[in-house]
Design a protein around this ligand. Structure first.
Ligand code: HEM
Length: 327
């Protein structure tokens, strides 16, 4: 579903089903990229340059995957849009994101290589982050049936039978709090993306030499018991009670450095305006139509986290039972 939402926006394309050969190839490429990026192999070389020559095997694997993956995006998606745009000429109406990007290339604003890297970046930054967040949200909803119940009650009380839409999401604070609580407890990019300070800086009595790799532990900021009441609990109510007013900084709320699932400042995530409505809408639709239950024979979903150097995944995937409500 998420792939189809994003591919429709990006390429005006969709996958027929999970058996669609393009979908199988695409997800295989993305999983392999994630596996390599999550691996701790290259870290040693980053910090101990002496070791770099020994890590060539890993880097060669990355390069090989990158070549095949970019060729896949180019051959099956970017070239197709170029052909459509060329055939329609002046009559072409821009109908998806890649048309804008190709247009920028044709105006000389970016290079052909940039186009492919933007496509590759969106596959990771947009699709996988939102997918991981969705998986965490579903797992916590299964383990907290009363949260599912409260979301249903809120929707029925506020919308009185009308469908949940992007335009009425702002009327559903408990649903919003559930998404926030998921991103707090299971911050999908726990260390954000590494930044570099061009100039020497002083912070909290420390000197940070120029051109340091600066890593922000956003997960700890959002889970430090000094600042959050029982942070290990999944409790959306906290965002309506003691944390009322705490919002992801880039969502327009006050800047609260304890809660930065999308980063903060000029390089913060531009996709927040897409990710939040998608997560809220999908959760609302699932919870209003189904009761989400653990796999048969179990009472809880195992929410053990799987470490990695970039993203925070669930360690064991479960098959959730979606039991339809008779409407
Ligand atoms: C729940 C979903 C998402 C999460 C948790 C997330 C989180 C993040 C984080 C932590 C960063 C780095 C911020 C920093 O450097 O401090 C980032 C950057 C970025 N995200 Fe997202 N993101 C999500 C969804 C999306 C979506 C849907 C898109 C696109 C449609 C997107 C596009 C980007 C891009 C392009 C950047 C790089 C921005 C830059 O370097 O200037 N993200 N995201």
């Amino acid at each position: 579903m998420l792939y189809n939402i994003m591919y429709k926006m990006m390429f005006d394309a969709k996958f027929e089903s999970q058996e669609d050969p393009l979908f199988i190839e695409e997800t295989r490429f993305n999983s392999e990229r994630s596996r390599l990026a999550q691996s701790f192999e290259y870290n040693y070389g980053d910090f101990i340059p002496l070791l770099r020559p020994l890590l060539r095997g890993y880097l060669n694997k990355c390069r090989d995957l990158q070549t095949r993956r970019l060729a896949f995006f180019n051959n099956y998606y970017v070239k197709k849009r170029r052909e459509i745009m060329a055939a329609e000429g002046d009559k072409h109406k821009i109908s998806c994101a890649i048309d804008h990007i190709i247009d920028a290339q044709m105006k000389g604003e970016i290079s052909e290589e940039n186009v492919l890297y933007i496509v590759e970046n969106i596959n990771v930054a947009a699709i996988e982050t939102t997918l991981w967040s969705m998986e965490w949200a579903i797992a916590e909803l299964v383990n907290h049936p009363h949260v599912q119940h409260k979301i249903r009650q809120e929707i029925s009380r506020v919308l009185k039978g009308k469908a949940v839409k992007e335009s009425n999401l702002h009327q559903l604070p408990y649903l919003q709090a559930t998404v926030k609580e998921t991103l707090r407890l299971h911050t999908p990019i726990p260390l954000l993306v590494p930044h570099m300070n061009l100039e020497e800086a002083k912070l909290g009595g420390f000197t940070i030499p120029r051109e340091s790799k600066v890593v922000v532990n956003a997960w700890w900021l959002a889970n430090n018991p000094k600042w959050w009441k029982n942070p290990e609990e999944f409790r959306p109510e906290r965002f309506l009670e003691e944390e009322h007013g705490t919002d992801a900084a880039v969502a327009g709320g006050k800047v609260d450095f304890r809660f930065l699932p999308f980063g903060v400042g000029r390089r913060s995530c531009p996709g927040i305006i897409l990710a939040l409505p998608i997560l809220r809408l999908v959760i609302a639709k699932l919870v209003t139509n189904f009761e989400l239950k653990p796999p048969s024979g179990t009472h809880q979903i195992d929410v053990t986290e799987k470490g990695g150097q970039f993203s925070l995944h669930i360690a064991n995937h479960s098959t959730v039972a979606f039991c339809p409500f008779a409407h």
